[in-house]
Design a protein around this ligand. Structure first.
Ligand SMILES: [Ca+2]
Length: 251
């Protein structure tokens, strides 16, 4: 006795093709917001300022409760409370970038202390349409040391590391007691950006120990067009073609 397999209905084939097309067009048309972790950070200084060799602590995920959540390409959640927190570990996880030696000699009384020529440049490792950043401000030690965090900073953008555009000042807050990030948005459009430069820093001094400036961790956020689900589309397309072939063979 021969089993008879009924030919697949034409509507099944058409449905598979339609769903494949829908997934493809939806994937291509809806941008998502992703994290971008800088691949490198470098500093420029002038006389009177020194730089700690702790740059990577702000981009290496050190101190984060779950660094994988903010790796490059990860989706940015709507709430910063959904993101990882940064723990307080003295001398391990937070980046101290600039030390104003002159202010240090005056018992560390400092507020706005970075002149022209002092800057920090992030290399994103690729080009992105940058919209903002998540910042875990300075969290190392206790009390006055939190005043080393960034109170204001001038930000510029570049496609090539030479020409800088869309300069603007942002004003982060002190990190909160939970160690959560803060989400800040840039004005204007920053398309095809690979380099971001920070300069004209001020911290939250004056107070003892505020002769340094730094922050604990940083990620930029970018608009991205996700890759369509190639494997899913391929599987569905193959199913549709197979069914169509069977249908034509059995017709
Ligand atoms: Ca860190």
């Amino acid at each position: 006795m021969t089993a008879i397999t009924p030919a697949p209905q034409k509507w099944v084939i058409n449905s598979l093709l339609a769903v494949s097309f829908l997934i493809l067009t939806t994937s291509l048309s809806q941008a998502v917001t992703i994290f971008v972790r800088p691949t490198a950070v470098t500093a420029a200084v002038v006389t009177g300022y020194s730089v700690d060799s702790t740059f990577d602590r702000a981009i290496d995920g050190s101190g984060l409760s779950n660094a994988a959540l903010v790796a490059t390409g990860q989706l940015v959640p709507a709430l910063v409370t959904s993101g990882p927190t940064h723990t307080e570990t003295f001398g391990t996880n937070t980046a101290r970038f600039f030390n104003n030696a002159n202010l240090e000699n005056q018992n560390g009384q400092g507020t706005s202390f970075t002149p022209a020529g002092v800057s920090l440049t992030f290399n994103l490792g690729d080009t992105y349409d940058i919209g903002g950043l998540w910042l875990w401000n300075y969290r190392e030690g206790t009390g006055n040391r939190l005043n080393r965090g960034i109170d204001s900073v001038f930000v510029e953008f570049s496609t090539n590391g030479t020409d800088w555009t869309n300069g603007q000042t942002i004003n982060p807050a002190l990190i909160n007691s939970s160690g959560q990030a803060q989400s800040l948005t840039f004005t204007g459009t920053n398309t095809g950006i690979q380099f971001i430069r920070f300069s004209s820093f001020s911290n939250f001094g004056p107070a003892e120990n505020s002769n340094f400036i730094g922050f604990s961790e940083i990620r930029f956020t970018a608009e991205a067009i996700p890759e369509p689900g190639i494997s899913l589309l391929g599987t569905m397309g193959l199913m549709a073609l197979t069914l169509r072939r069977r249908r034509s063979r059995q017709a």
